[in-house]
Design a protein around this ligand. Structure first.
Ligand code: FAD
Length: 308
């Protein structure tokens, strides 16, 4: 049986194909040979960010004036797929953490904030993270508890965030805080620089994605300039939601591509492994299982392709 190939539907253009080939080369040269070593080391070299930035991979979907490339959503999905195709999800998660940390800067930040942060993030010189989840819960964003109380020209932030990707080594964190009443209309977004007094972090171990930098963040009377407020006070929930849909598509593209890579490894194993005189792949139960897996991967891919 041949491996499971990704069917590329006709709405992908020649430009998409050229771009995909470029990302595949980057992954083959700069990531695949080192992926296992970096997973064992639970990190990867920081210069991977600048290499990805030089190629324009970090700027996809961001405005050209700040170093980005304004293209359609499928370019982002291609990056997600090709990074995941070598089963290096941890590297991809941290390398691309700006795709969740920086859209609020692009979408609701003011000119000064965009100029200060976006060019250095999109070039890979600075790392951007998004901090929403708290130890008490992640899905229920509207009930987050970290507080930011305004005193004249600054906010005082208190609380804890957890499971934060690029949590240890990010330079700037987009942090969801409570500035108002309970519920979704009391949430704001603050940009918090890593060296701000009262801001500490500790690394977390994970079952997978070892190369990804995941941390718990602690804010203890952390003073953040009021000028670091992103958008309008108490309108942060809406700013967060603006990016959740494309984030979900990005995750779906990565998960499906990783499933396909796992499937092809399983298939290869089933064809090589001889049991009771025959390759596993010739046993009927195993063949059924493989077909069902391929069906589900192809069905999920078809759903993804309808996101256009
Ligand atoms: C590797 C990793 C990286 C992450 N990176 C980041 C990051 O960079 N920034 C960040 O802010 N967060 C990050 N997260 C956190 C992630 O967004 C949360 O884990 C997620 O939002 C779920 O929150 P939770 O873990 O608190 O689970 P909970 O919200 O407590 O949910 C627990 C369970 O209940 C289910 N559930 C929740 N609500 C409902 C409902 N209404 N009805 C039925 N079932 C429900 C959930 O599906 C889940 O199975 C990361 C998590 C991981 C594992």
């Amino acid at each position: 049986m041949p491996g499971l190939q990704r069917y590329i539907p006709p709405h992908y253009t020649q430009e998409h194909h050229v771009f995909r080939a470029m990302v595949q080369r980057f992954v083959a040269d700069e990531i695949e040979p080192f992926a296992s070593e970096w997973d064992e080391a639970e990190t990867f070299p920081r210069d991977l960010y600048t290499k990805a930035g030089e190629l324009g991979l970090l700027g996809i979907g961001f405005p050209e004036g700040y170093g980005g490339t304004e293209v359609d959503l499928f370019y982002s999905l291609i990056v997600a797929e090709e990074l995941a195709a070598v089963c290096a999800g941890g590297i991809s998660a941290s390398l691309m953490s700006h795709t969740i940390g920086s859209p609020p800067i692009k979408n609701v930040g003011n000119e000064e904030q965009k100029k200060r942060y976006l060019p250095s993030i999109l070039s890979g010189d600075k790392i951007s993270a998004l901090a929403i989840t708290e130890p008490d819960g992640g899905s229920d964003v509207a009930n987050l508890k970290t507080t930011a109380v305004r005193y004249e020209d600054h906010y005082v932030v208190n609380g804890t965030k957890t499971f934060i990707t690029s949590g240890m080594r990010a330079d700037v964190y987009t942090v969801a805080v409570r500035t108002g009443d309970v519920g979704m209309n009391g949430i704001s977004l603050l940009l918090i620089d890593r060296d701000t007094a009262g801001f500490e972090r500790t690394p977390l171990n994970k079952m997978g994605w070892w190369a990804s930098d995941t941390a718990t963040l602690y804010f203890d009377n952390c003073r953040v300039p009021a000028a670091n407020l992103l958008g309008t006070e108490n309108q942060g929930f809406q700013a967060i939601m603006l990016n959740f849909n494309s984030e979900r598509l990005w995750m779906a593209a990565g998960c499906i591509a990783a499933s396909r890579a796992c499937y092809n490894e399983v298939l290869d194993y089933a064809q090589q492994r001889i049991v009771f005189g025959k390759p596993l792949s010739q046993k009927q139960v195993v063949r059924h299982k493989l077909v069902q897996m391929a069906q589900r991967i192809n069905a999920a891919t078809a759903y993804l392709d309808q996101s256009r």
